[in-house]
Design a protein around this ligand. Structure first.
Ligand code: APR
Length: 309
């Protein structure tokens, strides 16, 4: 069986870290693409030279063009600018729309059968751009955010209760931004809902910290945004597709009536496998949760309405 091929566009913080993790998981050959001359080549070569000691047997290629990306199974789009302190993800809209549009056009020409996973922000709107421009079916275009927001929630639950992260599960739905919808009653430690393990005040604190987790990191870094955790999550998504794991995880998926939402990308629990977004799970939300989800979807729709392709 041929090795899987993964293209990562954007060899910056998220892209290069994703390449590193894809390599250590021996997920497949990686092609790193960036507009900056030399950077993808240098990072890919450096990573390849670690292969003998890291013991991974996948090729790492860097390029400024798309020929090398031909026939990729999965394309990860991280190209774009990252936010600085005080900026919201939404402020990246105009710049990153142009970047994601041109990158998608190139990727799709080279790899017409690939799965596209978008990481560039504002996430839900950029995933919509990738879908519009690619013309790919909704099963093959998705955004990485729900898994990240849920991982952040889980990491805070583990800290608060001093338990293993391995035993935590969390569900965060909605757009990747201030309107995201953490769902404590679907968040557990070893199957026990956190609502039974924590006070409402503790939960509120964790929910707040999760909503602002991206900004918390930007506040520390000052010159860019989070990359270890976004990269880990996007590699986990690529792995679920390549290995047909049928993971149940929140991702930005294109909704056509599910949860009463139509025509936008929003974070919802999906089944992720060799067919891409194989299923959207429709949970029974309370009226309050449903209202929060709709508010979040409306916000994504406002952003999308500002885009002209
Ligand atoms: N084609 C290819 N690469 C591009 C293009 C393009 N048209 N435009 C920009 N890039 C590259 C930049 O040269 C840079 O190397 O994208 C890379 C982005 O890297 P960083 O600036 O380090 O940003 P990063 O932290 O990786 O974030 C990338 O993901 O999480 C989101 O909000 C974040 O939108 C941002 C994206």
């Amino acid at each position: 069986m041929a090795r899987a091929k993964i293209t990562i566009v954007g060899a910056g913080n998220v892209g290069a870290t994703a390449a590193h993790w894809a390599a250590t998981k021996e997920l497949g050959d990686v092609v790193l693409v960036d507009i900056i001359e030399g950077v993808p080549q240098g990072k890919a070569l450096d990573l390849w030279e670690a292969a003998p000691v890291g013991l991974f047997d996948c090729r790492m290629i860097g390029s400024n063009s798309y020929e090398e990306t031909a026939d990729s199974d999965v394309v990860i789009i991280t190209a774009g600018i990252a936010r600085k302190p005080g900026m919201s993800r939404d402020e990246l809209l105009a710049t990153n729309t142009n970047i994601v549009k041109s990158v998608t056009e190139e990727c799709v020409k080279a790899s017409p059968n690939a799965f596209l996973i978008v990481v560039s922000n504002p996430l839900d709107a950029m995933t919509w751009v990738a879908k519009q421009v690619s013309g790919f079916p909704k099963e093959r275009v998705m955004g990485m955010a729900g898994m990240l927001d849920s991982a952040r929630f889980r990491s805070f639950v583990a800290l608060e209760l001093d338990v293993s992260v391995e035993d935590t599960f969390a569900l965060v739905m909605g757009g990747h931004g201030d309107t995201m919808v953490p769902l404590p009653r679907y968040s557990t430690v070893a199957g026990i809902p956190i609502t039974e393990l924590m006070t409402p005040e503790q939960i509120d604190r964790i929910v707040d910290r999760t909503r602002n987790a991206g900004a918390e990191i930007v506040g520390f870094l000052k010159t860019g945004s989070a990359y270890y955790s976004p990269a880990a999550c996007v590699v986990e998504m690529a792995e679920a597709i390549i290995k047909d794991k049928k993971r149940i995880t929140p991702c930005a998926a294109y909704l056509e009536g599910e949860y009463g939402i139509d025509g936008v990308y929003v974070g919802v629990p999906i089944k992720l496998g060799a067919g891409g977004v194989e299923e959207i799970l429709e949970l029974d939300l309370t009226d309050e949760e449903q209202a929060m989800l709709h508010k979040s979807a409306d916000h994504v729709r406002d952003l999308v309405d500002q885009i002209s392709l």
